[in-house]
Write a protein that binds this ligand. Sequence first.
Ligand code: DGL
Length: 284
Amino acid sequence: MPERAIGIFDSGIGGLTVFKEIRKFLPGEELLYLGDTARVPYGTKSPRTVLRYALESAGFLVGKKVKMLVVACNTASSVALPELEERFSLPVLGVIEPGARKAVECTRNGRVGVIGTEGTIGSSAYTRAIHAINPDIEVLGISCPLFVPLAEEGWAEHEVARIAAREYLTPLMKRGIDTLVLGCTHYPLLKNTLRDVLGEGVTLIDSAEETARMVAQLLERNKHLRSVRAESPRFFVTDAPVRFQRVGGAFLGTPLEHVEQVELSEFRFSPQDPGVALSSVSGA
Ligand code: DGL
């Protein structure tokens, strides 16, 4: 088991921010990354569709005999985690819980902001995760859909990003948040812009970093850390690799090699599935 790879998946390129942190914490581990680039974005799609996509991505990586799954996508984590845990008999970690835990630890005034895609904010997954630890914390969620294309365009620190950030964050600032969860894979790239707009008084929580920390803890606890240093990571995409290599390389700051285009096997819900699958997100 320890010598197997860690399977990481996302809707596309964004999960590379999580990949990057995992590689920093666990440089010896073999990493397989799947980006569902043919169907990105997930953030604007319905929970049922995202759940189906997540099951297909997870099925692909499980077929590669990975030792654990990291759902490196906030939108997929917010709607698919319980189902993934139920259907696959290996550890599954999403990005919501690590970010939520850190936010609870950091807030001093009990007012936490969460920014993410429409899907993530609509699911209230961060609110549930934070309230499961401390129900007294006030959680204010706002979706910031423009941040994803801005990051992919390489405009994370452009004036346009600053204007968008001011628009999105002003209501959260007015409510006096002292902690902000970056609840989308792309948002760590906007950290400098967000910091400038919010000022020093607000702590930024990077879900990617917290997730990597938890992956390391989990593998160590289960004695599943690799003993022999792994070769280079491998990347799989569901659309032509060229854009993934270009934009993803810019995200990681290093060229992306070993990128292979693959087809995912179709997942079909059985007649009794949908109710079970969607009950976990019905409180949105
Ligand atoms: N990876 C997604 C997330 O973290 C953002 C991009 C998308 O909408 O698919 O929610």
